[in-house]
Design a protein around this ligand. Structure first.
Ligand code: ZN
Ligand code: ZN
Ligand code: ZN
Length: 358
């Protein structure tokens, strides 16, 4: 909380209001249910932070009296006026990025004098730099995702003759049995579907002789995993091998370029320049990576235009992809952490295009 208040002073924010989303549990250990009822933590410069919760949710709050006081509201009360009161005479207020808009609209109706800012201004630099406990949690999640990926690469997960959706649910079940409390996504994209980066696995049956792109992740002890590996059902044609080896070069070069002081956009450029030189520039249609922590996608983003320098404790994905519409595609993704000496990869299983027989 001291770090939050320092940051509030630095960016000229009088109060911070957090609701649905990861910022609230990051500060309080309490995750608000995404309900129509308002939950809000109000942090001003001086008064003790107030956690406003519906009375029926209060049993789920672990009291931390040195961090915040709890204020409950009954079904017949107006929680927005409680929030307005907790703000006191604050003028510039940073509101949670994922707070429901309706509560912000209602707050502004009560307090038209407020000047709003995004909570990211305050929270993003704190959240983006992981402490040793957070890095340890990311390591465990990464190792668990690696065990699932290894089973895929060893052919222990049958592919041919099954639907993408069936393979997706098996990946999810394996993430859970490896210790994840939640599966956030399990993309399985076969053949031409691999050209769509966020393909939704469906009834398409996986055939022999095609690429199967698997991108899966979940949450373990509050922190996320995210990995992509491609396997080929049978011997890949030379043309696909070439595409994949270009992708592998790009991904490995980008990983190797990670160290403190290097900018986010320069990591993107390392991967993009290699793919462009190989003739697939137009087929790499997304940023190279995203930060990861309590959320699958958070700061820092590894994208052109982000000139923020990497610092020790940043954790993010490096996941270039090449997508040829109507034909095929490939992506290769690892989570990495910036250490004092350089990069620490949290995903270590085979990066090559693995051939599976069934
Ligand atoms: Zn994604
Ligand atoms: Zn992914
Ligand atoms: Zn990712």
């Amino acid at each position: 909380m001291a770090r939050v208040r320092n940051r509030m002073a630095t960016v000229g924010v009088d109060a911070l209001v957090l609701s649905v989303g990861a910022d609230l549990p990051y500060l309080t250990g309490y995750r608000a249910m995404p309900l129509e009822r308002l939950t809000a933590l109000v942090v001003t410069r001086e008064s003790p932070p107030v956690l406003i919760v519906p009375v029926l949710e209060a049993p789920r709050v672990t009291p931390r009296p040195r961090v915040f006081v709890v204020e409950t509201w009954l079904e017949t009360q107006d929680p927005v006026s409680l929030m307005a009161a907790a703000l006191g005479d604050s003028r510039r207020v940073a509101v949670g990025d994922t707070m429901w808009a309706r509560f912000v609209v209602e707050l502004l109706a009560l307090r038209p004098d407020l000047e709003l800012a995004r909570s990211a201004e305050v929270m993003s630099p704190l959240r983006a730099v992981k402490d040793p406990m957070e890095i340890e949690a990311l390591r465990r999640a990464g190792a668990a995702a690696d065990r699932v990926g290894r089973a895929l690469q060893r052919g222990e997960i049958p592919l041919v003759g099954r639907t993408e959706a069936e393979v997706s649910s098996e990946l999810g079940a394996r993430l859970r049995s490896e210790g994840h409390e939640r599966v956030n996504f399990a993309i399985v994209a076969a053949g031409e579907n691999a050209a769509s980066p966020h393909h939704h696995p469906g009834e398409r049956i996986i055939e022999p002789g095609e690429v199967v792109l698997c991108d899966f992740g979940g949450t373990m002890d509050g922190y996320c995993s995210d990995i992509t590996r491609c396997v080929f059902t049978g011997e890949p044609p030379a043309e696909f091998r070439e595409l994949y080896s270009l992708l592998l070069d790009a991904q490995q070069a980008a990983v190797a370029s990670v160290r403190p002081g290097v900018t986010c956009e320069s990591i993107d450029r390392v991967a993009r320049d290699i793919i462009t030189a190989g003739g697939h520039g137009p087929h790499f249609i997304h940023r190279t990576g995203h930060g990861i922590g309590m959320e699958e996608h958070e700061d820092p983003y590894i994208v052109e235009g982000n000139s923020e320098p990497l610092v020790v404790g940043h954790a993010f994905s490096i996941e270039p992809g090449i997508y040829v519409p109507g034909r095929w595609g490939a992506r290769l993704e690892d989570i990495v952490v910036v250490g004092p000496e350089g990069v620490e990869p949290l995903n270590r299983i085979d990066h090559e295009l693995v051939t599976v027989e069934s």
